[in-house]
Design a protein around this ligand. Sequence first.
Ligand code: BES
Ligand code: MG
Ligand code: ZN
Length: 503
Amino acid sequence: MKKKPSNSERSGRKRSAATSKEHSGWWGDGPVFVFLYNKRKKEALTNGNAKEILQFIGDSEHVLHESEALRIIRINNEYSHPVLFVDTGKEAGLDLLDHLRMAGYRLAKWAENNSVKTLLIPPLKEDSEKKRNAILQGLCHASYAFDKYKSKKNKKTDIEYLFADDMEIDGRSLQILFSGIDLAKNLINEPGVSLTPEIMVNIAQSIAQKHGLAIKIRRSRELERDGYNGILTVGRGSKNEPAMVTLSYKPKHLNLVSLALVGKGITFDTGGISLKPQDKMHEMKCDMSGAAIVLAAIQVIAELKLPIRVDAILCLAENRPGENAMLPGDIFKTKNGKTVMVENTDAEGRLVLIDGLIEAAELGATHIIDIATLTGAIKRALGTCIGGLFSNSDGLALTIRESGAENGEKWWRMPLDEEYAEGLKDKVADIRNITDDGPGAITAALFLKEFMKEGLQWAHLDIAGVDFTANGYKYTEHGATAFGLKTIVETAKRYATDYYAQD
Ligand code: BES
Ligand code: MG
Ligand code: ZN
């Protein structure tokens, strides 16, 4: 029997085990047995005496508690212990692995709310390692809370999960992934006032130091010197100085693929002089999700020691009106010589990404993935469950879609049809930053494409609809989802397979 690293081990905090006095349920101190099944299909997912146990499901006499996808049934025969039935088919549209993440999440929440100390999870049928890993991920998701601003913190209990099979648990990889996920969520959830570009720079610096990454920081002076005028122009309205941070992970083993990750890091987006309406403006503290995700991704990739060169480029600025703010109608010149008309200062994400994409190409990347809360239009097109994927490469697009699918992150590939690029032509400058009538997410992606170096494989991930949940989505209650992080890490893993040793 193998034990998952407990909550306290994972978070590094020691949580006190619940005392028996705190027990509110009838299950007492002994382990609660878990039975995973699909209620609709009347199918068991766990091995063991499935048939016998399944017959209890329809038997309301034995049901002691039912809520959400959980049912607790007292088994009075030879088992004579409480069995927690978890319906792994409740939500429509999820695949099996995501159902299992939900099951893990629900189990952990239930155990925590009911002061259960030990849960026993029986062996899973077929492809059991992947399935068990999905349950473990759900358990880890459940332990995240952004409660630093609550004076009363939720009481945490130390729960032991026993997996009744003889497989090793790769607790280390899980821990590495979730310290990345928790880091990204913490950064995204942080208010704008306490997460300025400079604070992001400091955090990136300490991560680089801790994980042995090279780091290059450009503040206003260096941005100006090197011609990175996109970030500079957007950041001009704020007293908080903008910056571009480039972190580089160079493993001993090289790979033909060199991956650059570019993240939009607008630490707060008021819209600038083209001010946003007040409704939901507070959610714009999340406009640096892309930067948080690429920072967390390079941390995870370095800790996993993947044999692939990865650079993470954070495009950091605060977009707000101010004495010196960019004005609608202003024109600036990009590093590669194109002039850009800023027709709307709220279309600022694409302006800072210009610099990140150019930097990525200059570093010699063969594959570039940018990730950004770029357009409200993608939210209208794909909603809050599916991210927008744009790419000039079928291979890269497929890898990203598959990597996401395996990790409960759905991507839909959108067109990059040049016909729509017509609307980006400007009467005075080479290109303008908005079009008259959309389609907004596509024209934003086409704008970025104008700054992509020929011959490089590039994907743009628009996460404006999926990066943040106001009222909870799957295994996130409220706030940042870190959507895209697992996809990027998995994509890097897949490209890291054919490597060779450095001379
Ligand atoms: N940060 C926003 C996009 C956004 C919207 C993110 C909703 C998350 C939720 C971006 O900078 C923006 O303001 N985009 C404008 C572009 C428009 C002016 C062409 C938009 O989508 O309205
Ligand atoms: Mg904006
Ligand atoms: Zn924005």
